[in-house]
Structures are given as structure tokens and as C-alpha cells.
Design a protein around this ligand. Sequence first.
Ligand SMILES: Cc1cc2nc3c(=O)[nH]c(=O)nc-3n(C[C@H](O)[C@H](O)[C@H](O)COP(=O)(O)O)c2cc1C
Length: 218
Amino acid sequence: MSTIFRLDASIRQQGSVTRAVADTLQSAIAEELGSPAVVRRDLGLDPVDPAVWGAAAFAGFTPEEQRTPVQLDAQRTAAALADEVVAADVLIFAVPMYNFGVSQHFKTWYDVVATDPRLAVGQSQVTGKPAFLVTARGGGYGAGTPREGWDHATAWMRRILEDVWGLDLDVIETELTLAEVTPQMAELRDLAREQLAESHESARQSGRSVTIKLRSAA
Ligand SMILES: Cc1cc2nc3c(=O)[nH]c(=O)nc-3n(C[C@H](O)[C@H](O)[C@H](O)COP(=O)(O)O)c2cc1C
């Protein structure tokens, strides 16, 4: 039986675009794969304690017999989180933009799992696995827009998922998600609705490609 690892980083449980698009994607993948097991890591509900990172990172520079109980505990946490990634056949990351950058919950989670040797730079044990990044931004960052160049989240996430871990990554992006609730963006609402519908359609299509991706990963 195949296993999907799904990570969510939205701090919203209700009305979240990344969660909704990832639901569409997950359903399409599940339809392709029969009844896969799904392992959820909800960082919006249950973020990783940032203190774990420092302890896990420095444990790696400390001889084993000298590691403190806090460092050993942090390493166990990192290994347990990394187990979920390494054991998966298909990975879904649903991560919004916050404050023009990457979600702090996702960054902390990554910093911690990257202390595990199986997910460290140059040692990835997940190379070639099918993976999907679902991201959403409240504003617009396309070429020619006033905030072109202000999206400091997506490129970093692509860098670590695609280049550091070597995942076979599809990215599904939705912009203008704040148009519905921001009066100054009222004229962008039709465009925002179109983009959202396109994202759900991309999610359905990407999900259907999972079998082909799994075959080429084998
Ligand atoms: C605290 C906070 C900060 C945000 N910062 C930005 C931002 O810098 N730029 C932007 O375009 N949208 C920003 N947004 C909007 C989110 O990116 C947008 O609402 C997105 O849809 C959130 O993902 P979700 O719908 O899955 O919850 C922010 C939202 C919150 C709650």
C-alpha cells in the first residue's frame, strides 16, 4: 500500500486556500492509488518547538557520549519527523506565504528534519519521489506588478524540495486570495476566483499524474 505524507502550514483551519487545494490534490492522488495510507503533519495546529532546532543542530557537532539529554531528545524528535518524510511514497506540502516570506512553522520543521542525516544537504534519501507544493499568496507578485520580486517564499521552498531533496516536484500556486476580504482589491475578485478554480483544476491534473511519476521514481 502506498503512503502519502501531507504537511499543512496554514494557521487557519477554516477558509484556508492551501488546505482546500491540497484536499483536491489528495483526493485525486487517492483515486489513482486506491486507498493509500495518509500521514498528516499539521504545523498550523501543532508547530514544532523552535528550541528543538538548536539542540538537534548542536547535537550533531557534539561527540555522542557528551550529548545532553536535551540534545538527545531533540535528535529523537528530528528522527521521528524525518521518518514520516522518508517512509512516504508521495509528498504533499501545503504552505502559504506569510510576511513576504516562508511560513515560520514550515521553516522550523525543515530546519529540524534537515538535522537528520537522511535529509541533510547532499544526503537526501527521498530523491526522485513525487511531491507537490501547494502555496497561496494574498496579493499578486507576477511580472510587471508593483510587488514583483517580493515573493521570498516560493523560490526557497522550490530550492529545498527540488534541489536539496531532489523531489520530483509540481508547484500549484494561487494568488490574490485576500481579494475577497480586502476592499482595495475588490476589482481583482473575478481574477482571484478564476485563479482559485484553475488551482483546483491543476491539483486534479497533478494528482492524476502520480502513477506515471511513481513509475519513473521506481
Ligand atoms: C499573518 C499573515 C501574514 C500574511 N502575509 C502576507 C504577505 O506578506 N503577502 C501576501 O501576499 N499575503 C500575505 N498573507 C495572506 C496569505 O498568504 C493568504 O491569506 C493565504 O491564502 C494564506 O493561506 P491559507 O488560505 O491556506 O490560510 C498573510 C496572511 C497572514 C494571516
